[in-house]
Write a protein that binds this ligand. Structure first.
Ligand SMILES: Nc1nc2c(c(=O)[nH]1)N[C@H]1C(S)=C(S)[C@@H](COP(=O)(O)OP(=O)(O)OC[C@H]3O[C@@H](n4cnc5c(=O)[nH]c(N)nc54)[C@H](O)[C@@H]3O)O[C@H]1N2
Ligand SMILES: Nc1nc2c(c(=O)[nH]1)N[C@H]1C(S)=C(S)[C@@H](COP(=O)(O)OP(=O)(O)OC[C@H]3O[C@@H](n4cnc5c(=O)[nH]c(N)nc54)[C@H](O)[C@@H]3O)O[C@H]1N2
Ligand code: SF4
Ligand SMILES: [Mo]
Length: 744
């Protein structure tokens, strides 16, 4: 029996449609789904790797529990959950909630079950030691948007399908397929901008794949985008080009802004950035004169000391050129599950710093603390020391700064449980590993990414095959039960039930989109569905395109998505201001106090003597952070974990192409093969992250054999952006010298 099934790829933010052909229950092949309303047949090499992820012999199909011999052994689900209860409950009881920590990694946002259940787990654990991959990634954007627009999830995306000018800072979407801008087939969309006469400019310390396909590329000294973008704002003011268009009545603080950007003239920042003042003024003018355009900033801008100020400054330039909330500029998506009414003004505003970390006093941001300080909290004695750790879909030993130190710290825990399909560099330290079911046994809907999408789209994928273990929602629910002091083998469905009731209560409350209907009526209408699908169905039906349980016939529901396996296109983005704003003033706050307070530090840093050599990262088409290197097609060919060095630096440092070099920072040293490359800006070297799997106890044979080292063995846990807690993973000062022996 051969049949083709259509599902959304859950591996990155692009949400491509996959066409999976099954033959007698086996995956015969995977192609792009030509009929997918959003991706129209596009996929990248990772999409086909779904087959290997489903079939990987190293993927766990049953839990592992550490035995008296100190080794991890296969266990029944019953025994594994019991082991969690025995490990976690006494620590909470004896030492309090802050003695536990939770680290949630990137794939959690790509798992429908995890997305829906995590809030309940976070609430149940109620520890201030909550960490996520956001603090090695995009948290500066949440903070700057939270402060400016009143809600940290209210992030405007570049409207790339209609734009005339795209200025890309610190992103390489040709390879990464975009981030905080969900759009399958970035390459095709970039080509389309140019084909319709638009312009794409890339600013990056490496001439990247995206830069090569752009109209123009400018090198920038790592970590200095904040100066560049402030100088663009300065030039707009200075040259009288500020034009907010329809946004003018909806902003607060415009006058102060002119004073704040005054110190950052293009001429003042040119030496620091390495970009000529004339070029800064020219691209500013081009952006201002383009019918529409935007500055698009991603990890290369955010993983820095001034990540939050830089993120803010990018949106300031978008606002000053009249490009926020305007077609072709940066716009706010309206997700189909948007809830409660996303355009109802509520106006409470948003803030950070509600508490601080115990050891280093880092500010809370977005409900969490910086993962860069997790090891400090584990190894530093005293009241409130972290003794138990829960990790979900995360591999912080490879993904967070000074991973070696964190790895050592994990050995000092009294108890660790990981929800993860692999025994990898992080989970090898766990006492219990609870594997989520294989990839094709899961349902899928992108709660996170339809809120960051360049078109409004909705697509649901049902499970393709049956699982023999519990779904991820049940695993997280049982962890929540333990955290609540309840028996681990109690009824797990009470946790999603409570979540459902809270959604229905909000929707049916006065002013809600289902006002006038009863909670019981709504709950009964979705009862036939699984615990997670119920919540999804209510959110779709109560959402801005929803059928409102009969009040809007023809509107969206989960049933409609089930009938449309290629997705439902809800059209291009539409302006949403001022209604979408959640600030207390009801306006866009152009000059939030937190940002303004950091500006004098930015100003002082303009004159810092540049480091001799700094390290940046890079993403590769056949990688997905740290976790897909066990797929043979992802690692075949020569070692890709090379150190890119400019010809000038290679000469200066006596480095030979193909020979090994030592990269040393304040915290550690790694050895990598040198690849001399004239795409690199002199003074900058690049190493990809997510490699270095050959560690004791890792049960991923293909990945272990793949070679490479972890870039995060040299990134410095002591460097963070204080406003957001984001780690500084780019612009790490390093010394490089030829290694004594060549690596084969
Ligand atoms: N130097 C440097 N470091 C970086 C970056 C960089 O640019 N440079 N980028 C950073 C960024 S942007 C990110 S997002 C982080 C990522 O950091 P993490 O999220 O900590 O790491 P990943 O490599 O994504 O590891 C994901 C883990 O989830 C598991 N997993 C996969 N699918 C599932 C699932 O469905 N359920 C569960 N429970 N587990 C699953 C995998 O086995 C793996 O252990 O890395 C960061 N680290
Ligand atoms: N193939 C693949 N795709 C992925 C991932 C993956 O690991 N592999 N990871 C996914 C994840 S979790 C994320 S968050 C996204 C990230 O997606 P992107 O943000 O596009 O990430 P990168 O491809 O790392 O691009 C960052 C760029 O910033 C540049 N850069 C470094 N420092 C600076 C600087 O100071 N200034 C400027 N202007 N540029 C700088 C780097 O040279 C690099 O080209 O990708 C996602 N997609
Ligand atoms: S671009 Fe992302 S969503 Fe599309 S196939 Fe590749 S990994 Fe999957
Ligand atoms: Mo990320």
């Amino acid at each position: 029996m051969t049949a083709t099934h259509f599902r959304t790829c859950p591996l990155c933010e692009a949400t491509c449609g996959l066409a999976i052909t099954m033959d007698d229950g086996q995956i015969a092949h995977i192609r792009g789904d030509d009929a997918d309303v959003f991706s129209r047949g596009f996929i990248c090499p990772k999409g086909t790797a779904v087959k290997h992820l489903q079939e990987d012999p190293d993927i766990l199909h049953a839990p592992l529990v550490r035995g008296a011999d100190g080794e991890l052994h296969q266990a029944t689900w019953h025994d594994a959950f019991r082991a969690v209860e025995h490990g976690l409950a006494p620590i909470i009881e004896q030492y309090g909630r802050n003695a536990t920590a939770l680290y949630v990694g990137n794939p959690s946002v790509h798992s429908l079950s995890a997305t829906v259940m995590l809030p309940a787990l976070v609430k149940s654990l109620a520890t201030q030691n909550y960490y996520t991959a956001a603090s090695v990634d995009q948290i500066p954007k949440h903070v700057s948007c939270g402060l400016m627009f009143g809600k940290p999830e209210l992030i405007p995306v570049p409207d790339i399908d209609r734009t005339d000018y795209l200025l890309v800072l610190g992103a390489n979407p040709w390879v990464s397929n975009g981030s905080l801008a969900t759009a399958p087939d970035w390459p095709g969309r970039i080509r389309a901008i140019r084909a319709r006469g638009g312009k794409v400019v890339v600013v990056d310390p490496r001439r990247t794949e995206t830069a090569r396909k752009a109209d123009e590329h400018l090198f920038i000294r790592p970590g200095t985008d904040v100066f560049l973008v402030l100088a663009m704002a300065h030039a707009l003011v200075d040259e009288g080009r500020v034009d907010l268009k329809g946004l003018l009545p909806h902003v607060a603080g415009l006058e102060d802004l002119s004073h704040l950007v005054a110190p950052f003239s293009p001429e003042a920042v040119a030496p620091a950035t390495g970009i000529a003042a004339a070029d800064i003024r020219r691209i500013t003018r081009e952006l201002a004169n383009a019918p529409s355009g935007s500055v698009y900033d991603r990890v290369g801008v955010h993983q820095h000391r001034f990540g939050t100020v830089a993120s803010w400054a990018c949106d300031i330039v978008n606002i000053l050129t009249g490009n926020l909330d305007r077609p072709g500029g940066r716009m706010f998506p309206l997700p189909a599950h948007g809830f409660p009414d996303p355009d109802a003004p509520s106006g409470r505003g948003w803030r950070t710093g509600r508490f601080s970390s115990r050891v280093k006093g880092h500010r809370e941001a977005y409900g969490q603390l910086p993962v860069a300080t997790l090891a400090d909290e584990i190894i530093t004695p005293g009241e409130g020391r972290v003794r138990a750790l829960v990790t979900i879909a995360g591999n912080p030993v490879l993904s967070t700064p000074n991973g070696r130190r964190l790895s050592d710290a994990l050995e000092q825990l009294d108890f660790m449980v990981a929800v993860d399909p692999y025994v990898n560099e992080t989970t090898r330290h766990a006492d219990v590993i609870l594997p989520p079911p294989p990839i094709l046994t899961r349902h899928h809907y992108d709660f996170a990414f339809y809120g960051l999408s360049v078109r409004n789209v909705a697509n649901y994928s049902p499970p393709l095959t049956a699982a023999d273990g519990p779904d991820e929602w049940e695993i997280l629910s049982r962890l929540a039960l333990v955290a609540n002091g309840q028996p681990v083998d109690g009824d797990a469905s009470v946790v999603p039930s409570l979540a459902l009731h809270s959604v229905v209560q909000k929707a049916t409350a006065p002013g809600g989109s289902l006002a006038g209907k009863s909670v019981d009526e709504i709950v009964a209408a979705v009862e036939h569905r699984g615990p997670v699908e119920r919540i999804l169905d209510v959110r779709l039906r109560a959402g801005p395109f929803g059928d409102r349980f009969g009040d809007n016939p023809g509107g969206l529901s989960l049933a409609v998505l089930e009938d449309n396996p290629h997705g439902v296109d809800l059209g291009p983005l539409t302006p949403r201001l001022p209604n979408a704003l959640k600030t207390a003033s009801g306006k866009v706050e152009l000059t939030p106090a937190e940002i303004v307070e950091d500006l004098p530090n930015v100003e002082r840093a303009v004159d810092d003597v540049p480091e001799d050599l700094v390290l940046i990262g890079r993403r590769q088409l056949r990688s997905n952070n740290s976790w897909m290197h066990n797929v043979p097609t992802m690692v075949k060919g020569s070692n890709r974990c090379t150190l890119l060095v400019s010809p000038a630096d290679a000469t200066r440092l006596d480095l030979v192409d193909g020979r090994s070099a030592c990269v040393r920072s304040r915290v550690g040293e790694v050895e990598a093969v040198v690849e001399i490359c004239d795409d690199m800006m002199p003074g900058v070297v690049s190493l990809p992250h997510g490699w270095g799997h050959d560690l004791p106890g890792v049960r991923m044979d293909v990945a272990r054999a793949a070679g490479g080292v972890s870039a995060n063995d040299v990134t410095d846990e002591g460097l963070v952006d204080p406003l957001s807690g984001n780690a500084v993973l780019n612009a790490v000062p390093v010394r490089v010298h030829a290694a004594a022996v060549a690596v084969p």
